[in-house]
Design a protein around this ligand. Structure first.
Ligand code: G16
Length: 590
């Protein structure tokens, strides 16, 4: 009995919902919209463009690479909307133009995408190219912006930072050349965010189905949901010798690629396994998760520990690599050898003539200031210009647009070229695989030969994370005062040849970026650099970078920390780090 009543009432509810209710709504709509063009679903009131009053948040200054905060911070009322409107208010005349939109798939990615789509429609974009399921790796977004000549793109990512409800989220704007917005635009975005009074959004519209490639209309704005991998994979096939890499794998070469449950998984499986024939299972942790499976998607030996353990074991494959949350960073590891990102840039430059896309011409090479000078040695020998920029991939964009550089790299596990305007994790892996396919040597042999030819740049970065911000700022201002008097003085066994707070003048547009880090160089070529990270979300992260140059063949295989010991001790006493921060050990050493 109870079941029967339940069934009858369910049938009547279904009848009312599926038949009577839509008929009533349609009848009302016909009265209101006699031309029969009423475009909305039968259950919703008409879509409206709404202008929402808002007030500024004072902490929306983009850092090294966009705005990064905890998810809960972004979930505050209007926080995301304010920043998106500030972007739209800062980028010029985009009416009717195309925007690219996607992210690394972390927690809050999908909700943010739906909000931004509705804001893009309300603000007058003509079209949005959005990745399937709201996903684009950062390099893939740069590919799509360039290929389809979009006005720009919004990328949702906090890169290598952890994800999940209690972790990090981020957003940045890329310009029409596919590059992270330069400082003059990020400064304007910040200025707008500080005076914002309203934002525009379409209301009463259902979320767009992003689950498969399709096209939608949102109040005259076209939304094209795109396969997130295809255009990127095609570009990689154009740059590298896929046949040579295929035959490397068919001859038994073994690989382990750790996608760290981040965005690169589907890209790596498609390119490395499906297209190039690496053994099934070569890509590990290949299924993207909104919280990166609780991991920290930062491709270094600490966080990519599964890969690290394998590569330094007896069962190590020939080649190992990892990529980060949004797919722009890379770590390269050979059988029992870790290749520093600085060395990797130098080795790619020295071997670029082996790669189809780079064999005819290299314009020049660029590295961020804290990156080791290994690439400088190669550039010098090859007669190439070498540029030193502040930390941040955005500083390479102008150099690439002006054909001043082809290859760029940073110590922070970033390498790339002028094929796009972002660093590119899988690209670096393919570059290495192409070199290995041509040279038929192990990673260790290639690195050893490189050191013998150019010398070895011992290199390490020590991070002191989540330090109290006031103490970190005090440390930097103390150093700023000290560096003005250091030149020519002796510290330990070393003589200071220069010391300053790095200031960069862009050779293309002459824009000036000040206070980019304290760097102290010694007469023997060694250096130390101090700066505060611009990507953290808790307190401050002090980064200290150490480098020394070794040319004696017998000294090429020392322990890195031992080789740099004198510099490490000097840096601690010079900065009074322990006294000011209470820290006696770095939290991460790379
Ligand atoms: C970003 C920037 C890089 C920079 C890195 C670390 O990378 O794009 O250019 O080197 O942050 O910056 P910081 O030392 O200020 O933390 P990603 O991969 O986080 O976007």
């Amino acid at each position: 009995m109870i079941e029967k009543v339940g069934l009858n009432s369910a049938i009547s509810r279904l009848f009312i919902r599926k038949f009577l209710y839509p008929v009533r709504i349609l009848a009302i709509n016909q009265l209101l919209y006699p031309s029969n063009l009423y475009p909305y679903s039968d259950k919703e009131p008409p879509m409206t463009l709404k202008t929402v009053a808002t007030t500024p948040y004072d902490d929306q200054k983009p850092g090294t690479s966009g705005l990064r905060k905890k998810v809960s911070h972004f979930q505050q009322p209007n926080y995301l909307e304010n920043f998106v409107q500030a972007i739209f208010d800062s980028i010029g005349d985009y009416q009717g133009q195309t925007l690219v939109l996607g992210g690394d798939g972390r927690y809050f990615n999908l909700q943010a995408i739906q909000i931004i789509l509705k804001m893009a429609a309300a603000n007058g974009f003509g079209k949005v190219l959005v990745g399937q399921n709201g996903i684009f790796s950062t390099p893939a977004a740069s590919v799509v912006i360039r290929k389809y000549q979009a006005f720009g793109g919004i990328i949702l990512s906090a890169s290598h930072n952890p994800g999940g409800p209690d972790e990090d989220f981020g957003i940045k704007y890329n310009t029409g050349n596919g590059s992270p917005a330069p400082e003059k635009i990020t400064d304007t975005i910040y200025a707008h965010s500080q005076v914002i009074e309203q934002y525009k959004i379409m209301e009463n519209t259902a979320d767009i189905d992003l689950s498969q490639p399709a096209t939608f209309d949102l109040e005259g704005m076209q939304i094209q949901v795109m396969d997130a991998v295809a255009d990127y994979a095609q570009l990689m096939a154009d740059l590298f010798d896929f046949d040579a890499i295929k035959s490397l794998f068919s001859n038994g070469f073994s690989l382990c690629f750790d996608a760290m449950h981040a965005v690169t998984g589907p890209y790596a499986v498609e390119i490395l396994e499906n297209q190039l024939g690496a053994a099934r299972g070569s890509v590990i942790n290949g299924i993207p998760k909104t919280d990166f499976d609780g991991g920290h998607p930062d491709p270094n030996l600490v966080h990519a520990h599964e890969l690290a353990e394998l590569m330094f074991s007896e069962n190590a494959p020939d080649f190992g690599a990892a990529s980060d949350g949004d797919g722009d960073r890379n770590m390269i590891v050979g059988n029992n050898i870790f290749v520093t990102p600085s060395d990797s840039l130098a080795i790619l430059t020295a071997n670029a003539h082996l790669i189809p896309a780079y064999k005819d011409k290299l314009y020049g090479v660029a590295r961020s200031m804290p990156t080791s000078q290994a690439a400088d040695m190669v550039a010098k020998k090859m007669g190439l210009d070498c540029y030193e920029t502040p930390t941040g991939w955005k500083f390479f964009g102008n150099l690439m647009d002006a054909d001043k550089v082809t290859l760029c790299g940073e110590e922070s596990f970033g390498t790339g070229s002028n094929h796009i305007r972002e660093k590119d994790g899988l690209w670096a892996v393919l570059f290495w695989l192409n070199i290995l396919a041509v040279r038929q040597q192990s990673v260790a042999d290639i690195v050893d030969e490189h050191w013998l030819e150019y010398g070895r740049n011992y290199y390490s970065r020590h991070d002191y994370e989540a330090v109290d911000s006031d103490s970190a700022n005090q440390l930097m201002s103390l150093l700023r005062d000290k560096v003005t008097t250091l030149s020519g003085s002796t510290l330990g066994s070393l003589t200071v040849s220069y010391s300053d707070d790095f200031c960069y003048t862009d050779p293309v547009d002459q824009s000036i970026s000040e206070h980019q880090g304290i760097h102290i160089g010694f007469t023997d070529g060694s250096r130390m650099v101090f700066r505060l990270s611009g990507t953290g979300t808790s307190g401050a992260t002090i980064r200290i970078y150490y480098e020394s140059h070794e040319t004696r063949p017998d000294n090429m295989h020392q322990d890195t920390q031992e080789a740099l010991q004198e510099l490490i001790q000097l840096s601690l006493s010079l900065s009074q780090l322990q006294e000011l921060t209470g820290r006696s050990e770095p939290t991460v050493i790379t």
